[in-house]
Design a protein around this ligand. Structure first.
Ligand code: ZN
Ligand code: FE
Ligand code: FE
Ligand code: ZN
Length: 272
C-alpha cells in the first residue's frame, strides 16, 4: 500500500479563483483535485467585488463578476463532484446597502461572511503584519468581534468565515478574555441561524491551527451552531487540505453533524 491519505468525504465550501488576483489554477482543476480526494461537493467562494472600490487588490473587478458566474455555471453543467456557486463577502461598515440588494439578486448557494479589516488595517495581510507589534492585542480582538457581531446582526450571510482570523500570525488574547468577548458574538451567530466554518488554512499559516480554535469551537457547539468545512484553497493543491484534522477536531469537540447548503438553505448531515 502507498501512503496516500484516506479520502475524507466532506464537502469543501471555501475556495478562490484566479479572478481575485492572488489565487491560481482553473476552476476545473479545483474540481479535479476534489474528485481525486473523494470530496463529494465543492463551493467556490471567491472574494466579493464591491462597487465602492473596497480593498481592490484582493478581489475581482466588479465588472468581471459576470465572468465568475459564467466559469462556475459552465462547471455545473457536467461532471462531478457537484459545484456550488458561492461568495466570500466582507462585512465592513457601509457595505449593508449594497450587499442587501446585490447578494439576493445573484442567487448564490452560499454566502460566507468574513472580516479582514479593522478600520483601514488589513490585519491578516502579511504586508501589514508589523502593525500587530504596536497595537493593543486585546483591543484589536475586541474590535474584530464587535464587527463579527454586526455581521451576524445584518442577517446577510449564511456562515462566518475563519472566525478567529486575528490569530493568523500568533497574536491572541488570554483565553478568559477571548471567552468574554466571543460569547455574546456566538450568541448573535446562533440567533441569526448562521453557521461557522472549520477553515483549515490556519494550518498553513504561522499560527499552525485551524480556525476556530478548540475553545471557540466548543463554545459554538454548546450553542448548536452548525459547522461546515473549508480549505480556503487558493490553488487546486490546497483543496481538502487538513480535512482529516478538521474532522478529528469536530468529533473531539462533540459535533456529530455538519451542514450542507444549496440556494442558501442549510441541511444537516452526519459527519463521517
Ligand atoms: Zn484570498
Ligand atoms: Fe478570508
Ligand atoms: Fe477565502
Ligand atoms: Zn478566506
Amino acid at each position: 500500500m502507498d501512503a496516500v491519505a484516506k479520502p475524507i468525504p466532506l464537502p469543501d465550501y471555501h475556495m478562490h479563483t484566479h479572478l481575485c488576483r492572488h489565487a491560481e489554477g482553473e476552476p476545473s482543476s479545483y474540481r479535479t483535485a476534489a474528485a481525486i480526494q473523494g470530496i463529494p461537493e465543492i463551493c467556490f467562494t471567491d472574494h466579493c467585488p464591491y462597487p465602492d472600490g473596497y480593498d481592490p487588490s484582493h478581489r475581482m473587478e466588479f465588472a468581471l463578476f459576470h465572468y465568475y458566474r459564467q466559469m462556475i455555471t459552465e462547471l455545473q453543467d457536467n461532471g462531478s463532484p457537484s459545484v456550488l456557486f458561492g461568495i466570500e463577502a466582507d462585512y465592513y461598515g457601509g457595505c449593508e446597502d449594497f450587499l442587501g440588494n446585490w447578494l439576493p439578486a445573484q442567487h448564490f448557494d452560499f454566502v460566507l461572511g468574513s472580516v479582514h479589516y479593522i478600520g483601514n488595517w488589513g490585519f491578516d495581510n502579511p504586508d501589514q503584519q508589523k502593525s500587530w507589534d504596536s497595537i493593543d492585542v486585546k483591543s484589536a480582538w475586541e474590535e474584530y468581534f464587535r464587527l463579527i457581531g454586526i455581521l451576524a446582526d445584518t442577517r446577510l450571510f449564511d456562515a462566518v468565515g475563519h472566525l478567529d482570523l486575528p490569530k493568523k500570525f500568533g497574536h491572541r488574547p488570554k483565553d478568559r478574555y477571548l471567552k468574554e468577548m466571543a460569547q455574546p458574538v456566538l450568541d448573535k451567530i446562533a440567533e441569526a441561524g448562521m453557521g461557522i466554518e472549520l477553515n483549515t488554512s490556519g494550518l498553513r499559516k504561522p499560527v499552525g491551527e485551524i480556525y476556530p480554535s478548540p475553545l471557540l469551537l466548543s463554545l459554538a457547539c454548546e450553542r448548536e451552531i452548525p459547522i461546515c468545512f473549508g480549505s480556503d484553497a487558493h490553488t487546486p493543491e490546497e483543496i481538502g487540505a487538513g480535512f482529516d484534522q478538521a474532522l478529528k477536531l469536530a468529533h473531539e469537540i462533540g459535533y456529530t453533524d455538519c451542514f450542507i447548503i444549496k440556494q442558501r438553505k442549510k441541511q444537516s448531515q452526519n459527519l463521517p
